[in-house]
Design a protein around this ligand. Structure first.
Ligand code: SAM
Ligand code: CA
Length: 248
């Protein structure tokens, strides 16, 4: 009983029963309201198809939620993004949101350590008529980024970089993508509130994968807040997305 009370207190503190929940809003009902009122009615039919296909995949928790996809799309249009990078593709929900938001001659350099999941989404992306904007590179992102940074013409040439891969490497990615994004361009780091676990008490019953990366996310958040090369805004959209605008 005492244990249950402790658990309940933690749930109250953290907002949701399940720390792996995708929304940081007060309640599931409120999140559902947003999806049903503002997101699903406007979701592109190919995004809906990709989302529904991904829901059946065993790792579906990794997918970008539809409300975040809608946010990314609007953001990319607001900044007139044309040349972007995505690190961490999975089945491609954020990638397709990006591809649909970019102009016809827009480009996305998309990286994932495996193309296994990308291949599941690719027929839907092709059907949406935007596959020509995507240059998919299979492999660990760090060496791929190192290659890009070596070439002077890539430096400062990207309007937007979306980072959504292995959380323990975010700081390593930051060192590289800060050189690749142009001054005035944006980097988006995803999952920076890590299921709310950044404020979990030390004895909170966290899932193993949450526990493993929590410290890395907290270190990243501190680092970004102190990095004078960027201005930042940490938004409670999805699992938390930190936008960084390069200023020097
Ligand atoms: N943005 C995706 C979406 O909208 O569905 C979700 C990406 S998922 C959270 C993380 C992805 O990062 C996985 O597909 C995984 O294979 C990939 N990944 C993990 N480690 C990586 C690495 N070192 N380099 C590149 N990709 C990596
Ligand atoms: Ca994510």
């Amino acid at each position: 009983m005492a244990e249950n009370n402790g658990q309940e207190q933690q749930n109250q503190l953290l907002g949701h029963k399940d720390l792996a929940h995708k929304s940081l809003l007060q309640s599931d009902a409120l999140y559902q309201y947003i999806l049903e009122t503002s997101v699903f009615p406007r979701e592109h039919e190919s995004l809906k198809e990709l989302r529904e296909m991904t829901e059946k995949h065993p790792w579906n928790l990794m997918a970008t939620p539809a409300d975040e996809g809608q946010f990314l799309s609007l953001l990319l249009k607001l900044i007139n993004a044309k040349n972007t990078i995505e690190i961490g593709v999975y089945t491609g929900y954020s990638l397709l949101s990006t591809a649909l938001a970019l102009p016809h001659d827009g480009k996305i350099l998309a990286m994932d350590v495996t193309r296994e999941y990308y291949d599941l989404g690719l027929p839907i992306i092709e059907n949406a008529g935007v596959a020509h904007k995507i240059d998919f590179r299979e492999g660990p992102a760090l060496p791929l980024l190192d290659e890009l940074v070596k070439d002077e013409k890539n430096k400062g040439s990207f309007d937007f970089v979306f980072v959504d891969a292995d959380k323990n490497n975010y700081l390593n990615y930051h060192k590289r993508v800060i050189e690749l994004v142009k001054v005035g361009g944006l980097i988006g780091y995803d999952n920076t509130l890590w299921g709310g676990s950044v404020v979990a008490p030390p004895d909170a019953p966290l899932k193993d994968y949450i526990k493993v990366f929590r410290g890395h996310i907290m270190e990243l958040n501190k680092y970004l807040a102190s990095d004078s090369r960027i201005e930042i805004c940490q938004l409670p959209v999805g699992d938390g997305i930190t936008l960084c605008r390069r200023i020097i």
